[in-house]
Design a protein around this ligand. Structure first.
Ligand SMILES: *Cc1c(COP(=O)(O)O)cnc(C)c1O
Length: 396
């Protein structure tokens, strides 16, 4: 059987693969410490679950409008007002997770051969989604010297007449980096002067530390707003990854095209999950703050622990729930005779010999790094750091 070229070229998500391997080891009774998960370890807050139960009991089990129920689209508009953004429900398209919103956006924006600028380290799915839409990912590498941020100069240097779109992700998965307002203003200038579009993935906007505040690039002015497709969802903020509700806020023609596309693929996202999302957005935000505080404490602990390890360096992430330590100094050293040459080597040894699951940086286009998610308990973090320390101690 021949698989179409479009699908044959897809690389499976390496983060989901490692998470699956760690979970399989756990199922066999092996005490795995899992730093690979890309989702909060908290349960969905009770009042949100109750809203879904109520909806189910009330028989809210039919098709809804493709782009989401009006109530939810209004709730999304209201939540975006807090970011200084004014959208109408007609600008909002609710999809089956933010990943799906991103997919739809790329499908309606890109023509064959259009170039899309993606700064590395990048979230794994952007790269594949660009290709699936016929686009060409143009990767711009960043490093610790610019705090892993794309600079206006680096953006300009990557532009060609075929450049159509820039993907921004602040706070960033995997680096946790948060762009400031002035940094976004400088990028917006380049975007506007070259007529680009921008997809701004703001899925971690609510998970910020050190008193940082979130700025959406769309909030910088009406011109840049008309060039932005803002992506967010309930997965990370409300511990609702399994519910599959994400959304886009976009200029009307883009929102219409995304809705039309979705009408021929998934149709509406799950009816009762939409009701739960309304409860999430309009209900008490106290559970969000409680989770954010817990994440901040864990970040502080894991960052301090990693920085104590000889040969490991780590920038301080301002948001999301990942740390992205540099492990390049471990390359060339030996573990029980085996020379470690890549992030995959290090991640493999950590998983097989120390039962610690981490994602190799290469999955994000940045090899001498690892991504550790601290969406796990403090005791697991402590134990994982101990094992990591033992691993580094054994290197020759
Ligand atoms: C988790 C994640 C998403 C997707 O979230 P959904 O569960 O699909 O809503 C999108 N972007 C980034 C950067 C993420 O980490």
């Amino acid at each position: 059987m021949e698989i179409a070229r479009r699908a044959a070229g897809i690389s499976p998500s390496p983060t989901l693969a490692i998470d699956a391997q760690a979970k399989a080891m756990k199922a066999k009774g092996i005490q795995v410490i899992n730093f690979s998960a890309g989702e909060p370890d908290f349960d969905t807050p009770e009042h949100i679950k109750q809203a879904a139960i109520d909806a189910l009991k009330a028989g809210f089990t039919r098709y809804t409008p493709v782009a989401g129920i009006p109530e939810l689209r209004q709730a999304v508009c209201d939540s975006l007002k807090v970011r200084g953004l004014s959208y109408e429900p007609a600008n909002i398209v609710v999809s089956c997770g933010a990943k799906h919103s991103l997919y739809n956006a790329m499908q309606v924006l890109l023509n064959e051969g259009d170039e899309v600028i993606l700064s590395a380290p990048y979230w794994v799915s952007y790269y594949e989604q660009i290709k699936l839409a016929g686009g060409v990912p143009v990767v711009v590498n960043t490093d610790a010297t610019t705090d892993f941020k794309l600079t206006p100069a680096a953006l300009k240097a990557a532009l060609t007449p075929r450049t159509k779109l820039l993907i921004l992700n602040s706070p960033c998965n995997p680096t946790g980096v948060v762009y400031s307002r002035s940094e976004l203003e400088a990028l917006a200038e380049v975007i506007l002067s070259h007529g680009l579009m921008v997809i701004s993935d703001e899925i971690y906007a609510a998970l910020l530390y050190d008193g940082l505040t979130h700025t959406s690039i769309a909030a910088l002015g009406p011109e840049i707003k008309e060039r932005t497709i803002l992506i967010d969802g309930v997965s990370k903020t409300y511990a609702m990854t399994g519910w599959r509700i994400g959304y886009a806020a976009a200029p009307r023609p883009v929102a219409t095209a995304m809705t039309d596309l979705q009408s021929h693929s998934t149709s509406n996202p799950t009816s009762i999950a939409q009701k739960a999302a309304v409860a999430a957005l309009t209900g008490s935000q106290e559970p969000v703050e409680a989770m954010r505080c817990e994440f901040e404490q864990r970040r502080n602990r894991i960052l301090a622990g990693l920085r104590e390890l000889p040969g490991v360096m780590c920038n301080q992430p301002g948001g999301a729930f990942y740390v992205f330590p540099y492990i390049g100094k471990l390359f060339g050293r030996r573990f029980r005779g085996q020379v470690l040459a890549s992030s995959t080597d290090v991640a493999t040894v950590l998983l097989n010999e120390y039962q610690v699951a981490v994602v190799p940086g290469i999955a994000f286009g940045a090899d001498p790094f690892l991504r550790l998610s601290y969406a796990t308990s403090m005791t697991q973090i402590e134990a994982g750091l101990e094992r990591f320390k033992a691993f580094v101690g054994e290197l020759q």
